[in-house]
Design a protein. Structure first.
Length: 373
């Protein structure tokens, strides 16, 4: 009987515990992967630390994690794009409402991935390099391409022009999601203006941003408006706690009308680290609710259509299979899409996953925390 182990969240706010778990079998539209590398996202410590408030549907025990690279060991009866032995990267969506976090959570030796959210890895790419991609690229794609958000045409459709008129604003271009948003918007043919700390400006430019302004500077909004230089703005993607307010101002002053918001306006990192969630965290959640309401009203008053992005919502729309079945495989193969940010491998084995989550919560700069398995 083949065995499987996972880093399991046994109770809300507990530390992950490595233990034996059932080996997932593939549903018809899934592959089962021997996981070789996982990446950590802010949502992992958000769920671990605040799940009873923010992910109320999630029941323990649960296996967290979204980003998987590894090797296919079994394929479902309906799978056509992959065979046993293929190296793949994919988005695990087990923590979403209605999904099974034991079956398809990333932080285990074997996990199930939906074929439509999986792409092949080329031989020159290592597992830790590939593992940085899934949630960052998926969230960026939701923001840019879903009709609910910017609704831009996907890169590289057969008759697509290489260049399109219009500017995409990406606030937070040196975040993991932001780096993907910059390169995907560029790949779709748009001019991109973005933000980063000065130390990361060149990296963001290398992904295709025309101008990168310092998001720490008091003049950041003015600088972005100047970078737009009177051109038409097709929309903004807001990443980082201060990003929504800043993007509303940029859009208001440049005539843009669409805002994709990916971050909460109040950070939950302090709350996630507390020994007890309630009642101590109530003021933070109250501030979060009020700030969200205030920003939503401010956007509406400025004539801006603003909506929150859910990075795994592409699982259930037509864009997900297009992104994972065509855009990412083709872009990775021809080099127009790079797996970004650079992996920061902090350990090997499931025992290292908890410290990797803690490392991500402590803060990274243009790096993706990765554990190899
Ligand atoms: N809604 C969703 O489905 C979804 C999915 C994924 C992520 N997210 C959210 O999106 C955000 C980014 O996630 P991530 O994984 O990409 O984050 P990350 O890579 O961990 O973000 C770290 C980066 O934040 C940047 N940063 C620091 N101050 C900033 C500021 N004032 N404005 C903008 N960026 C700043 C830093 O850039 P410098 O070092 O250059 O300053 C650093 O590189 C988070 O809020 C996360 O919770 C949402």
């Amino acid at each position: 009987m083949p065995e499987n182990s996972a880093a399991v969240l046994r109770e809300p706010r507990g530390s992950l515990v490595v233990e034996r778990v059932p080996l997932p079998g593939p549903a018809a539209d899934e592959v089962v992967v021997r996981v070789r590398a996982v990446a950590v996202n802010p949502v992992d410590w958000v769920i671990q630390g605040t799940g009873p408030v923010t992910y109320r549907w999630l029941r323990a025990p649960a296996v967290l994690g979204s980003d998987v690279a590894g090797e296919v060991v079994a394929v479902g009866s309906g799978v056509t794009r992959f065979a046993v032995g293929d190296r793949v990267v994919g988005l695990a969506t087990g923590t979403d409402r209605g999904r099974d976090p034991m079956h398809e959570g990333a932080f285990q030796e074997h996990t199930a991935l939906l074929e439509r959210l999986t792409a092949p890895i080329s031989p020159e790419l290592s597992d830790d390099q590939a593992a940085v991609l899934p949630l960052g690229a998926s969230t960026a794609a939701c923001a840019l391409f879903q009709p609910k958000h910017l609704g831009l045409p996907l890169p590289g459709a057969a008759d697509a022009p290489r260049e399109r008129s219009g500017v995409v604003v990406v606030w937070g271009g040196s975040t993991s999601v932001g780096m993907n948003a910059v390169q995907l918007a560029r790949a779709a043919g748009y001019t991109v203006v973005s933000t980063a700390s000065p130390r990361n400006a060149e990296t963001v430019r290398s992904l295709g941003a025309e101008v990168v302004v310092d998001h720490g500077a008091p003049t950041a909004v003015d600088d972005l408006v100047a970078a737009v230089a009177g051109r038409s703005v097709v929309g903004a993607v807001a990443l980082g706690t201060t990003s929504t307010a800043a993007c509303i101002e940029v859009l208001r002053r440049t005539g843009g009308t669409v805002l994709a918001m990916a971050s909460t306006p109040v950070s939950l990192d302090g709350v996630a680290g507390r020994r007890r969630l309630l009642p101590g965290a109530l003021p933070v959640f109250t501030r979060l609710g009020l700030a969200t309401l205030g920003l939503t009203l401010r956007a509406r008053r400025a004539g801006i259509r603003a909506a929150f992005v859910w990075g795994s919502s592409l699982r259930d729309d037509a864009m997900g299979p297009e992104l994972w079945g065509r855009v990412l495989p083709e872009g990775l193969a021809d080099g127009s899409i790079r797996p970004v940010p650079e992996p920061l491998v902090v350990g090997h084995g499931l025992d290292a996953v908890q410290s990797a989550i803690d490392r991500q919560r402590a803060g990274v700069s243009a790096r993706k925390v990765v554990v190899t398995l």
